[in-house]
Every structure is written in C-alpha cells, then in structure tokens.
Design a protein around this ligand. Structure first.
Ligand SMILES: Nc1ncnc2c1ncn2[C@@H]1O[C@H](COP(=O)(O)OP(=O)(O)OP(=O)(O)O)[C@@H](O)[C@H]1O
Ligand SMILES: [Mg+2]
Length: 514
C-alpha cells in the first residue's frame, strides 16, 4: 500500500507466509461450528492492531444495477490524479473522440492528500464465485473503489473529504462530458438488454445566441434570465421552490424556436431531453421518464398543441357506435388495440410533471414548450409559475437580418442593405427564409447575388401580401353586401308581418259587413 523498501518486502514476505500457515492450521484443527466465532473474534482482534479504515464504493447499485453516481464522481475525481500518480494506467478514447484519456487500471492504487492527511484509493475487481448466465456482460465483473485512511481521521474523511471528492468529481465530469440529446423510447423497449427509457446521441448543434437572429434587447433579456437561473441554487432553496424554470416559445414556423433551444443548451452547457409525448403511454410512464432525467438539462416538448389532446377531455365516440362495437367482437378488439397504443397522458398528468412534484428530484432543469398556436393551449398549462417566461419569436427584423448577413456572408454593411431594410418594414419574412436566401447556391456564389435573391423574395412576398389583402377586401365586401341583402330581406318580411294584422282586420271587417 505505502511505498516499500527492500527491507519492507522481506518483512511482508514472512508475514504472508505466517498468515498462510495460520490459515492452514485454522482449516485443519478448528471444528466447523466454531469457525464463525473464531472469525468474529479474529476480526475484533485485528481491529485493535490494524489502524486503518476502509470504505468501498461499488460501481453498480440498486435493484436495476445502475451505475452509482458516487462511483462515477470518484472515477472523474481520480482521472486527473491517475495520469500523474498511478503506475498502471488504462487508456481509452476520450469523450471528444479526439484524444486519449488515461485512468487507473484495475487493482491499481494511488495516493491522495487532504489537509496534510494521506489516503489511498484502490480500484478493485471481483468475479462472482457462482457463475451465472447473464444478459448483461458488464454485470459479471464487479468493480469498486476502496478508500483507506487512518482511523484517527475518521470524522474529517467521512464528513468533509468525501463531500469534497463528490463535488470535485462532479465538476470534472461536467467539464469533460459530452453533451447529449436524449429522446424517449417507447415503453415496449424499456426492458431487455438496453433497458433504457431514453436513447441518446451526441449533441453537437452549432447554434449560439450570437448567431440567433432576433431583437438584441430581447436576446439580452433571455440571456440574463438564463444566467440568473443558473446561479439561483441558493435563491430557489431559500424561497422553497424546485430549481426549475419553464419557457414557452411561440411563433410562426421557421422563426427560430428550435434554434433557440439549441442556443440555450450550448449557453448553459446542459443536455437536452426531447420528449415525444405521443410515445408516452400514460401519466405513470411520464413520471418514470422524468425521474430518469439528470439535472443540468432542458426538457423539451415541441409543438405541444399537436402532441396530445390536452383539453382533459378524451374524445368520445357516439353512444350508438359504442353499442354496435359491443355487439361486434372484431371491432371491439380493434378498438381496444388502438386505444392501448394511444397516449393516455392527460393535462393533469402533464401539469403535475411541470409543477415540480416530480422534477424536484435533482433540480436545475428547464422545461420548454414550443407551439405555433399559443391561443390553442389550455391557460392552465401556460400560466405563470408553470411557464415562467413566454417568448414570442416573430418575423425577421432588419436587426435580425444583420445578424444573419454577418453569419452567412460575413457582411457588416452593403449598399443593398438600405433597400432590404425598407422592404422588411413593409413585409413579413421568417428568419428561416432569409437564411435560405443568404446561403450561396453555388461555390462561386457571391454576397451580392445572395442579397439580390433576398430582395427578389421580399418583393414577391410583398406582392403576395398585396394580392391577399385585395382578395380579403373583396371577400369582406361581398360578405357585407350579402349581409345587407339578408337584412333588408328580413326587414321586408318583418314589414309584411307588421302590415298583415291590419289586412286581417280589414278582412274581418269585410266579413262583418257581409
Ligand atoms: N432566429 C433565427 N436565427 C437564426 N437562424 C434562424 C432563426 N430562425 C430560423 N433560423 C434558421 O431556420 C431554420 C429553421 O428554424 P427553426 O427550426 O428554429 O424554426 P422553428 O421556429 O422551430 O420552426 P417550427 O415551428 O416549424 O418548428 C434553422 O435551421 C435556422 O437555420
Ligand atoms: Mg421547431
């Protein structure tokens, strides 16, 4: 364990030989029923002479044998120390897939120091004695770290050092981690070899707030909001709120809602969980999915208005239909199969999900909804407190265009900018359309051609808008005319009715006269 000289090796050799002899004597002469007692008291006796304490941290824990968070943190904590201090190292491709990462190999030991105290970390492996067939190959070999320290420092190590290692390890892990984009699996795939509720790919979207085309003040406001949230751990704890924040991004297609989510993830260095609600069977599954998310993440539900019928009322087939289905067993089974595949997530299930009842585990999560039709959403879903910030992403302004011109053409100014500015004031165009025009169509395509293309598109959009307005005006006029006609007709009928009693009276009189 500690550095040993030649003398020490000799002493160790004789000790090992002595111990082996004692063990052989123990096996031969101590009756089986007494061995338990002898072992117990030997351990106690050893405790008086062996002054070290050992703590083990196993890689796989719990019923589902998940990788322990503590083990991962220690691994990260020791990774930097291993490359400097360990003698036997293990090399692997790093998370950036570019460089080799060194870590301590199995049964290797490294020394650490904390406040002048020496400690020893060992990575141990063990193979279970009873070989059993397993679907999970990694589950066969058990890995665990052992921390050894003198019993004099028990308090300091258990109360301070372990927390320090955990925190440092998590920070190293976050620095080195490759961010991920998760998507939820259908629950049919939650079991078996993969047994994972989320699948992931590496998240490498290049969007940033610098490349996002939108009003600069609005952009700064969002960035400030994110910074306040990220630093808000103590604040959220003080006010007794789960450390989470909801954003609702709404606006027409192609205005940058998805792009903004990517920019947020890049800015905060968070993972993204893209939740496809239609693949979630019911509220219980929704809860399970949420529990499996990690902190420092953004949970996204795109096009929330299309995801589900979130009005809380499930569509009912007509009673007559139901009666017929009851009589026809094939139709009944078809209906049952269809409904078992349909998502049964309800509005209240989703509200619970957002309200932090479940997201309280771990904290530091953003929940983002996107929609093209904000007016379609249930007010309960987007009230402040649930969706704390509503962000409208709209058509491209001249300021937005300037950002895109810089991104795509590396232009800060151009003689065509003036014309584009005035056209943009007169017509609506999405940033996606602007971006499409600013992309050179050929390798030799120059900036001027791109700007001219954009001007052409703007003019076309303006003309289309004009024609549409004329059309709408005509429609309005015709509907106004028909309304007037109907009114006058209705008035005419009413007049007829008003005059008829008199005529009736006349008729009556004529009858009387007769
Ligand atoms: N504000 C923006 N800034 C920079 N690029 C943008 C912006 N808006 C759109 N784009 C460009 O247009 C493409 C489509 O945008 P995005 O997918 O973000 O739109 P969206 O609002 O999510 O649309 P939808 O409602 O259809 O999902 C992006 O790949 C991006 O290149
Ligand atoms: Mg989108």
């Amino acid at each position: 364990m500690m550095m040993m000289g030649g003398d020490m090796w000799a002493r160790l050799g004789s000790t090992v030989a002595g111990l082996m002899f004692a063990w052989a004597m123990f096996q031969q002469y101590v009756p089986i029923h007494l061995r338990g007692y002898v072992e117990k008291y030997t351990h106690r006796l050893m405790g008086y002479f062996y002054p070290y304490i050992q703590i083990s941290i196993h890689e796989l824990t719990g019923e589902r044998m998940k990788c322990s968070e503590a083990y991962t943190a220690i691994e990260a904590y020791l990774s930097s120390k291993s490359s400097e201090r360990a003698r036997r190292l293990k090399a692997d491709i790093g998370k950036d897939s570019k460089s080799m990462v060194l870590s301590m190999d199995a049964n290797e030991e490294i020394t650490d120091e904390f406040k002048g105290i020496k400690l020893w970390w060992t990575l141990n492996t063990s193979i279970p004695k009873t070989q059993s067939f397993s679907f999970y190959p990694s589950a066969d070999v058990k890995r665990y770290y052992t921390l050894t320290f003198h019993k004099l420092h028990r308090k300091l190590i258990t109360e301070t050092y372990l927390d320090y290692v955990l925190e440092e390890g998590k920070a190293v892990g976050l620095r080195n981690r490759q961010r991920k984009l998760f998507t939820n699996n259908r629950s049919d795939n939650w079991y078996g070899y993969k047994r994972s509720v989320w699948s992931h790919v590496v998240f490498e979207h290049p969007a940033t707030f610098q490349t996002l085309a939108m009003d600069p003040e609005k952009k700064q406001e969002i960035v400030d909001d994110l910074v306040t949230f990220r630093k808000g751990k103590e604040y959220y704890a003080k006010v007794g709120k789960a450390w989470k924040r909801g954003y609702l991004l709404y606006g027409p297609p192609g205005t940058g809602k998805s792009t903004m989510i990517a920019a947020m993830a890049n800015f905060l260095n968070y993972d993204i969980y893209d939740l496809e609600l239609t693949a979630v069977k019911d509220n219980t599954e929704l809860r399970k999915l949420l529990i499996e998310t990690s902190s420092k993440s953004i949970i996204v539900i795109e096009d929330i208005d299309c995801s589900l019928d979130l009005t809380g009322q499930r569509k009912k087939t007509k009673e007559k239909d139901e009666e017929e289905e009851e009589k026809d067993p094939i139709r009944k089974r078809e209906k049952e199969e269809k409904s078992s595949k349909e998502s049964k997530v309800t509005l209240s299930g989703l509200l619970n999900f957002i309200d932090g009842l479940w997201s309280a585990c771990g904290g530091e999560r953003l929940i983002i909804f996107t929609t093209n039709y904000v007016e379609k959403l249930d007010p309960a879903l987007i009230r402040r407190g649930r969706m704390d910030k509503h962000i409208k992403l709209s058509y491209c302004s001249f300021e937005g265009f300037k950002v895109l011109a810089k991104n795509y053409l590396d232009l800060n100014s151009h003689h065509l900018f003036g014309e584009i500015c005035s056209l943009m004031e007169e017509t609506e165009i999405t940033p996606a359309d602007v971006a499409e025009n600013l992309m050179p169509k050929t390798i030799t395509g120059d900036a001027e051609t791109c700007l001219e293309n954009l001007i052409r598109t703007l003019k076309m959009a303006k003309e289309e808008a004009r024609l549409k307005a004329v059309e709408e005006m005509k429609e309005k006029e015709t509907s106004a005319k028909t309304e007037v006609k109907e009114e006058s007709l209705a008035n005419g009928e009413a007049k007829d009715k008003e005059t008829s009693p008199k005529e009736d009276a006349k008729d009556d009189e004529s009858i009387k006269e007769e």
